[in-house]
Design a protein around this ligand. Sequence first.
Ligand code: CTP
Length: 431
Amino acid sequence: MPPLSRDSADQLLARLPVELRAALACAARLAAVRAGRLWLVGGMVRDVLCGMPPGRDVDLAVEGDAPALARAFAAATGGRLIATHAAFGTATVELALSAGPALLIDFAGSRVERYSQPAALPEVQPAPIEDDLLRRDFSVSAMAIELRAEGDQLRAGRMLDPFGGRADLATSRLRLLHATSLRDDPTRLLRGLRLAARLDLQPDPATEAQIQEALAAGYLGLLSAERVLAELCLCLEEPRPDAVLRLADAWGVTPQVLPGLSWNEALAARSTRLATAPDDGPRGGPLVWAGLLLYELDEAQCAAIAARYPLPAEASELLRHLPALRALAPRLDGTLANSTVDRLLRPFSVAAITVLHYAEPAAAAVTAHYLRAVRPARALLDGNDLQRLGLAPGPALGRMLEALRAATLDGDVSSREQAEAWVRQRLATPG
Ligand code: CTP
């Protein structure tokens, strides 16, 4: 494939949203004065070449002092410097946009990395961009576009594509750059999986062989549970985490990271229900995806995952609750009173009930109604109100609040006045 001309690179940059272009032009202007050449690198170059909408993460490589450039950029744009690692020559600026999530702009001094042993963190040394690209993982992620500014306008300089990433994108090929790429950093196996699932790429024979070699050698086992978990969480942020799982099974990765889990037709069906949910349906997200993928695992398998990974509290809770949720599903039919549905579902998180919603179509009407109308229902009276009406603090007051909530949900009581009358009557007729 012929190299991309400057005009074509300009056209690529022209596809970026206006505010992002303005931010990049500002960074380029500052770099010209204070640092050296500035490059857009990594995922955003790849995405813009594929015609995909750019995400919120922007990777910039600077030939010069990246933290200083990040500081100047934050000051010029009103962005917030959220992290600086002087030792690695990196800094991140968060820049709010007029709509949507803020940009996260990573400034990194271009560098080379040396891995002293498999899966160790690398030693870093400044280097020109051409060398920086050499250290990267896949050809499609090792491209760079030089950023320049003409007045307020963003302009492209050279485009670097030393490993034929553009040609690989055009032929749907996933290609590792070095024979030791996965040994150096086994997280790349999981990164490759995500990329391949997202962009529908097939590993070329050498990459395929390296993947199988890395799996046979157990390199993933050298990573800390935290690093594997971080990659698994990124998989859950993909548009179709079920597609990542399907590919992970095909590559033979799943048994090494999530033993007991495998892609199947039922999993695909519930994933599709979530992925194609109408806008007013219960909302998904990484945690809901995790629950949907793990939905069929038994108690011991869920406990093994929770013991292996340092999960956030809400994820451990969801895993603990999955078997009970599954057992509950057959009881959720449309004839139940609101108060009964509330009693059954209240112990579970909104994420868990959303999982149930997409996993169990027969219970979907009940779970949707519960999430929309029952769960958010506000109490008509609180504990102070009940004390004012004569109840002493203690378990009896708690039971009265529960009973009042049930009466409200079932439509027996619908105003504060009615609620007070209802309580007075219960107090007057004990038992
Ligand atoms: N990289 C690498 N090895 C890693 C992590 C990152 O070589 N273990 C390189 C890749 O070339 C990647 C770049 O560093 O493109 C930036 O990393 P990151 O922002 O994590 O990845 P993106 O490619 O931007 O991927 P995504 O779209 O998934 O964010």
